[in-house]
Write a new protein. Structure first.
Ligand code: CA
Length: 508
């Protein structure tokens, strides 16, 4: 058993929203909250179909607990996150959009950006150190973290697993700085050295950097306990303790899985080897099933303790699947990419007495919405986040079966060059999506209703729509204080998507 580290002093669609749930009466008391966050899980890496029909990857993977959650709760078929880890995690924690909080890439070492050199562009001075409640720490964002607000409302706030909120040698490398009462196994790094207890969850055995060593789990070192299983046991023990103390709890079970390194979980891998999958894909599939086994254990615990009816469970991923993984067809692109394969993620919610069992919500939502939603569910007024601005919109009404207006715009912003991905911004309004490539100021237009795979760029055919969407994207980026890369030749920032100079030889 690990020794949990306990509290520090707290810091002061445009698409038709067809949610197929009726509206049952609200429960009498505020629910416990479980956020089950999976890392790097693509939209199709599950046996639950999120597309209009089951796909080949749905047939490959085995996730019975997700099926159980979907059958007893609500499936969101158009849920979004940022295209990479830290931006999504801080949006979930603070309700702020990535363009506003400026943690636009993944964080690790204080002051060190992982960006690769780009031939023509220099990345902006983004918030490379992540979150900090102390604004004197350079290049950090400030906000009202969900765990701090829930703690103040009387919840016991429990973090287990991957954190990735703040760089090394800054306070938010420890999740307790965001208001968690308990932190088990969370620190600055966004991946584990190993999933294997035999390797002490460290990369040392393959001469990897010790910065990836998973903290706090020494009791499992040298055993055959997979990291996902160790985190599950720790989380269940914390839930049992909170329940015994008659304290409402917020469990943030944030698995390192299914992020690299893709190491087989021996309990589950043989099925996929026998199916003929190559080793890396068999390992990935075993990690998906391992993650799902954890979800099943958590749901079983809620049942055993008699609190399933008093607990809101939210399942979500933080970005699409990496390029080393099978494409999430029909979606285009992978993690880091502006296309749907980078940003569309699986999401499920169960809130007995509120969400209708087996319901589906096709209204687009985004990960920063979770902040407002969970506060609403806990009965915490939205004003509790003041003075910090919030971009997320509560989907609690959707959980109750309501529809949402078509007028909403979604913004993504990635002003970085990393792992082959060049800088971009994107906007979705209704079924239309605009992608703005910073390096050449190229704008692409896609109709997601008829071209979910984003294969047909309609920008040349519909210049007026491009101009209107570019103006909307430009306004939102400016309003939120987005940072653009600068050009190496003259030091000027990349123009906003609606301020691209028109060459003199073209009609204006
Ligand atoms: Ca991730």
């Amino acid at each position: 058993m690990a020794r949990p580290r306990h509290a520090l002093p707290l810091l002061p669609l445009l698409v038709c929203g067809a949610c197929t749930a009726p509206s049952p009466a609200a429960p009498a008391k505020r629910p416990n909250v479980v956020v089950f966050l999976v890392d790097d899980m693509g939209w199709q890496e599950t046996s639950v179909p999120f597309h209009t029909a089951p796909t080949a990857l749905n047939a490959r993977y085995r996730t019975p607990a997700m099926e159980r959650l979907a059958a007893t709760g609500m499936k969101f078929t158009q849920a979004y996150a940022s295209a990479v880890c830290s931006p999504s995690r801080l949006s979930l924690m603070t309700g702020q959009n990535v363009a506003r909080h400026r943690v636009t890439n993944w964080t690790l070492r204080r002051g060190a950006s992982p960006d690769n050199p780009h031939p023509t562009l220099t990345p902006p001075a983004w918030n490379v150190n992540g979150f900090s409640s102390d604004p004197s720490i350079e290049r950090t964002m400030q906000g009202a973290p969900l765990p701090a607000l829930l703690h103040a409302a009387g919840y016991r706030t429990i973090h287990v697993g991957k954190a990735h909120f703040g760089a090394t040698d800054t306070p938010a490398a420890d999740p307790r700085h965001l208001g968690f009462d308990v932190n088990i196994a969370g620190h600055a790094a966004g991946g584990p050295g190993s999933y294997h207890g035999e390797h002490d969850y460290s990369a040392a055995w393959r001469k990897g950097d010790r910065i990836w060593n998973v903290p706090d789990l020494a009791a499992y070192h040298g055993t055959t306990t997979n990291l996902t299983e160790a985190l599950t046991r720790e989380a269940i023990r914390e839930v049992e303790q909170a329940h015994a103390a008659h304290t409402p709890f917020f469990l943030h079970l944030s698995h390192y899985a299914i992020h690299a390194p893709w190491e087989p979980d021996a309990r589950f891998v043989q099925r996929y080897v026998d199916a003929g999958l190559p080793p890396q894909q068999a390992a990935l599939a075993s990690m998906v099933e391992s993650m799902d086994h954890s979800l099943g254990a958590v749901l079983d615990t809620l049942d055993r303790l008699g609190i399933a009816d008093d607990t809101l469970v939210l399942f979500v991923s933080d970005n699409g699947s990496p390029q080393q993984c099978p494409p999430n067809l029909p979606l285009r692109g992978h993690k880091l990419s502006p296309y749907e394969g980078g940003v569309r993620v699986p999401m499920l919610a169960r809130w007995p007495g509120v969400t209708a069992a087996g319901s589906t919500c096709t209204t687009p939502v985004v990960i920063e919405d979770c902040h407002a939603t969970l506060l609403a569910a806990a009965g915490v007024p939205a004003t509790a986040s003041a003075p910090f601005p919030i971009d997320g919109v509560s989907f609690e009404p959707q959980l109750r079966g309501a529809e949402r207006s078509h007028a909403r715009a979604f913004v993504w912003h990635y002003p970085h060059h990393y792992s082959g991905q060049a800088p971009w911004s994107a906007l979705r309004v209704g079924d239309w999506k605009l992608v703005y490539h910073h390096a050449d100021q190229r704008r692409e237009l896609f109709d997601l209703a008829h071209d979910l795979g984003e294969q047909h760029d309609l920008a040349a055919q519909q210049p007026e729509r491009v101009a209107a969407l570019a103006a909307q994207l430009g306004d939102l980026l400016r309003t939120r204080g987005a940072q653009m890369p600068t050009r190496k030749d003259d030091g000027a920032p990349v123009p906003w998507p609606d301020r691209i100079p028109v060459p003199a030889d073209l009609p204006r």
